[in-house]
Design a protein around this ligand. Structure first.
Ligand code: KMH
Ligand code: ZN
Length: 307
């Protein structure tokens, strides 16, 4: 039987801003449609952030998540993953609220503090519809805070609800931080490790970087983890292809890349999921259904969430 590969689709995030692409989902209706479209195209998991419907600013209030969570649950059996990263400008208490309120099957968990440089995108994007966008992107003093205390706080809050985690690891030290939590008994296998490549402030997107993260994760976690990759921007599909060929799972979506091809904006999240599917099937592998992803990652089930 061919290996089942889990596609996660991160449909909007907090990195890109509305002026960069008319296809970036902003309103609850757009986020719900994008998530359902991605699931229909083959995403087993949708990773979700919310935005203010007027100006597209990241919004981490549970009220902003509620309308699209309900619709997604009614119209799809995909696994819902709620961000606890939010945006680097938010406090840890704000960041954990939606996952704590809605008890999803999966929540993201960022495994270390780091610089977060969005300013590189100003080379390409120069005009903005909303006054918050340019200062948000220009800021060279963003510290994405994820201390051991912060991580433990999110872990303890969400574990009460049997939510499991997408452990986002942007550099080698983040894998060692995760190993600390494993040894301390605060997380349990199978760990779903999302290695992140090509963000300014994290590890690069060179094949050697991908190999290094995989080798390190193999050494630290052996068979106790499931590997997934996320390549930022134009690195999205090359890194997805590399990881799929090496036993990994794939994350795509407009949160991580706006592109559908060289210099061409993706028209939808589903378009990127279809590209991921082509890679997987082209390698003779198959795309995991939501229930197969639940089995692979030991999730509690879509009927045990609070939305
Ligand atoms: N945008 C990703 C690189 C989170 O939501 O917790 C990181 C992310 C963080 O997805
Ligand atoms: Zn995210």
């Amino acid at each position: 039987m061919s290996r089942k590969v889990i596609i996660t689709c991160a449909v909007t995030g907090a990195i890109h801003t509305p002026s960069m692409s008319p296809h970036l989902p902003i309103t609850a209706e757009q986020i719900a449609d994008a998530a359902i479209g991605a699931a229909e195209a083959g995403a087993a998991i949708v990773h979700l952030h919310a935005r203010n419907p007027q100006d597209g600013r990241p919004d981490q209030s549970p009220e902003a998540f509620a309308p699209f969570l309900r619709v997604i649950k009614q119209r799809s059996d995909c696994v819902v993953n709620i961000t606890t990263g939010g945006a680097p400008t938010m406090t840890i208490e704000q960041r954990v609220k939606p996952a704590a309120s809605f008890a999803p099957e999966v929540a993201s968990l960022n495994m270390g503090s780091m610089n977060f440089g969005l300013f590189g995108m100003l080379n390409r994007f120069k005009t903005f519809q909303h006054d918050w966008e340019k200062p948000y992107l220009e800021n060279k003093d963003i510290l994405f805070r994820n201390t051991f205390g912060d991580i433990e706080y999110i872990l303890r809050t969400c574990s009460e609800n049997n939510t499991r985690f997408e452990f986002e690891c942007y550099d080698t030290s983040h894998l060692y931080n995760l190993k600390y939590f494993l040894d301390a008994g605060l997380v349990r296998a199978p760990l779903f490790i999302q290695t992140v490549f090509g963000l300014q402030g994290g590890i690069g997107a060179h094949p050697e970087d991908v190999m290094h993260m995989k080798r390190t994760a193999d050494r630290l976690f052996g068979d106790s983890y499931k590997w997934s990759v996320l390549g930022a921007g134009r690195n999205q599909l090359p890194i997805a292809a590399m990881a799929a060929a090496m036993g990994g799972n794939i994350r795509v979506g407009l949160e991580d890349s706006l592109w559908g091809g060289p210099g061409r904006l993706a028209a939808s999240n589903a378009e990127q999921v279809r590209s991921a599917r082509q890679i997987i099937e082209g390698l003779g592998l198959s795309v995991a259904t939501p229930d197969e992803a639940r089995e692979i990652l030991s999730l509690k089930g879509g009927d045990r969430v609070n939305f």
